[in-house]
Ligand binder design. Structure first.
Ligand code: F3S
Length: 653
């Protein structure tokens, strides 16, 4: 049978080597070849890895990157970095130091290999799909399990084919391709699916262009996106001094996709995602003339040398408009060095760009926020309200070309008007210096086992052990400590922001922010109650995959969450941390139950063992509450075992 590229890679990674791929939607378990973490999620992933108790990672390659919390306002972020470096040394990981670049860009340059699987504790891990990898973002605990040699479980995805024809022209770029896909598919269009690119238009796209597309495929809600591995892949890997990692990969002739989206690249025009959603996409020319106050170029989406070169071509001989603050964060140290060598960097500095660190920075609202009520054009991947660091800013997501045109004109401008500059300067800044490309001095290689075993892990005061999940009794009598409405997000359960982020390795401290947006006293009441339930409405736990939204409640004694419905990833995180996700069989029970009602929850272990529905009783009047047991067998076993870390430690797969 003719297979898509996605199916080929998944098939070759099934844990059960004799199994065939099941129908769409059924669970599969795959082997993970490579993992990556970044510092904001990595500390918890490694604290979890430590609790699993292995002496070395069991993947082919694992890398710990520092790129998110690089500001050193006090000791906390720096202590995290030192912890991560010592963990990498002890357990056999590569370590990419702060300043070496953004995880996804560096991973493309130094480690990505066509046909391999990559699991990363960052939602934009699918960037690796530009190199022909199945690259998936997941929670830190899932990554810890994969580092321990455990399988990654997912529903067999649908495979959507994106057929590209023609060639980009007139100022349109790779960013405009993914913006066009987002315009058509929306931010929910990719749930449970993988987007696989094919067709005659693929050959004209470089690996970094492809990676811009697979990176922002995350905004479709997709599992990941993938391109074939071809001559362009070969050229890229050879350019990185890794030609031996190349092999050709593509879908079989006649492969069948669940649906096909066709895009004629020749007809594509520059696009922009308007505030405040990546799918609010319209052609740039329809908003041309709007005043701009900030331009930010960089992030894991658009910060390759080619991106910076396109910007330099447009701003050559001109200056940043007086009303605009413009900054660039190069994707990696390699990009920065090549930009310097080629003259691109000098052109950017001369034009008036502020050169920021090779890190996430502005993308997470750090170090380069827009002014109040500002209009910021960003080459990034997300523009949700407040993410820029300025709650009332309007953020537009655009290509580097569109951002550059705005930087010099002070208004949103169609880069098609600068097509001649782009064409005339094509290749002007080409660099070919392998000695420079191969400078890996900011990457620290894994130590040999004997030396690694003698390494001590450095734990500053901000590094606290990951709290253990309590054992699961057969009955609990506890109060509903919090009742919420519908659509509670993981941000409501555990906020992000500069105050909270540095505490991600310190659960006792970060737990003080649990539900703080909904109930300022929750933390102290939970401490007093020493065990409780939470009652929620529809779509509980929507939004970011933030696992601290399960971990901190677990630490505060939340034993079960009773809701009308769950968001999928949060439900999985609750299971991973031993909190029982209960779905009300009769949603109207939500109205009948109140905060502080005490519930008796009996035969818990029995219901999990047998897969039968859960029964709870209100102590005050004996009212019965039935919760559906829709958990698969593996999830039930994980809960019985006390969470995913304990399950993995006991040999569970
Ligand atoms: Fe960093 Fe933003 Fe990408 S936070 S990993 S640059 S989405």
């Amino acid at each position: 049978m003719a297979l898509t590229l996605t199916e080929k890679i998944l098939q070759s990674h099934l844990v059960d080597e004799n199994a065939k791929l099941p129908p769409r939607g059924e669970e599969i378990a795959i082997r993970i070849d490579q993992t990556l973490t970044q510092d904001a999620t990595g500390t918890m992933a490694y604290l979890q890895f430590e609790t699993i108790g292995l002496d070395r990672v069991r993947t082919e390659l694992s890398v710990s990157y520092i790129d998110h919390n690089t500001l050193q306002e006090d000791y906390k972020n720096m202590d995290d970095h030192r912890y991560l470096q010592s963990v990498a040394a002890k357990y056999g990981l590569w370590f990419s130091r702060a300043g070496n670049g953004i995880c996804h860009q560096v991973h493309l340059e130094r480690f990505g290999i066509p046909g391999k699987t990559l699991l990363g504790s960052d939602s934009h891990t699918p960037t690796g799909g530009g190199l022909g990898m199945i690259a998936i973002g997941a929670g830190g605990l899932d990554v810890a399990v994969a580092m321990g040699g455990g399988a990654f479980h997912l529903s067999m995805p649908k495979v959507f084919g994106v057929k590209l024809a023609g060639a980009l022209q007139g100022g349109a770029s790779a960013k405009d391709i993914i913006l066009e896909v987002l315009r058509r598919e929306t931010v929910k269009g990719g749930v449970g699916s993988i987007y696989e690119y094919f067709g005659p238009g693929v050959a004209g796209l470089t690996v970094t262009q492809r990676s811009t597309i697979t990176n922002m495929g995350a905004e479709l809600g997709a599992t990941c996106s993938i391109f074939p591995s071809d001559e362009a892949t070969k050229r890229f890997l050879e350019g990185m001094g890794r030609g031996s990692d190349y092999h050709e990969l593509s879908a079989d002739e006649g492969a069948v996709y669940d649906k096909i989206i066709e895009i004629d690249l020749s007809a594509l025009v520059p696009m922009a995602a308007q505030p405040h959603s990546p799918d609010a996409v319209i052609p740039v020319r329809e908003i041309a003339g709007k005043k701009v106050t900030q331009v930010a170029i960089g992030s894991c989406t658009n910060s390759s040398l080619a991106d910076l070169t396109a910007v330099a071509a447009i701003v050559k001989g001109k200056h940043i408009a007086p009303g605009v603050e413009a900054g660039i964060s190069p994707g990696s140290r390699q990009t920065l060095m090549l930009a310097e060598k080629s003259g691109v960097l000098g052109e950017l500095i001369r034009a008036g760009f502020r050169i920021l660190e090779s890190a996430c920075g502005p993308c997470i609202g750090m170090g380069f926020a827009p002014n109040s009520e500002g209009v910021s054009l960003r080459t990034f991947n997300r523009n949700f309200k407040g993410r820029s660091g300025t709650p009332d800013a309007q953020v537009y997501l655009v290509s580097p070309e569109t951002a550059a045109a705005a930087a010099i004109t002070g208004v949103i401008a169609d880069p098609a008007d600068f097509a001649d500059s782009l064409k005339n300067n094509a290749g002007l800044y080409s660099v070919n210096d392998p000695a420079l490309i191969k400078d890996d001095s900011m990457l620290i290689a894994p130590l040999p086992l004997e030396q690694a075993l003698r390494t001590d892990i450095i734990r500053g005061p901000n590094i606290k052990p990951c709290p253990a999940t309590p054992a699961l009794p057969d009955s609990l009598i506890l109060p509903i400590l919090l009742k919420t409405g519908d659509n509670v997000s993981t941000d409501d359960i555990m906020p992000a922001g500069a105050k909270v982020l540095p505490l991600r390795s310190n659960i006792p401290e970060i737990s003080k922010f649990t539900f703080a947006r909904l109930d300022a006293d929750f933390y102290s009441r939970a401490k007093d109650a020493a065990g409780c339930f939470v009652l929620g409405g529809e779509n509980y736990g929507q939004g970011s995959s933030r696992e601290h939204a399960a971990l901190a409640p677990m630490y505060l004694g939340v034993r079960a969450v009773l809701v009308k419905s769950f968001a999928r990833i949060h439900k999985a995180n609750l299971i991973n941390y031993g909190i029982i996700p209960l779905v009300l069989a009769d949603p109207s029970m939500h109205e009948k139950l109140g905060q502080n009602d005490v519930l008796r929850f009996e035969s818990i272990r029995h219901s999990l063992e047998k897969g039968t529905d859960f029964v709870l009783t209100r102590e005050s009047d004996g009212m019965k509450i039935i919760a559906r047991n829709d958990l698969d067998e593996r999830s039930r076993k994980i809960l019985l075992c006390g969470g995913l870390a304990a399950w993995t430690k006991s040999g569970g797969q």
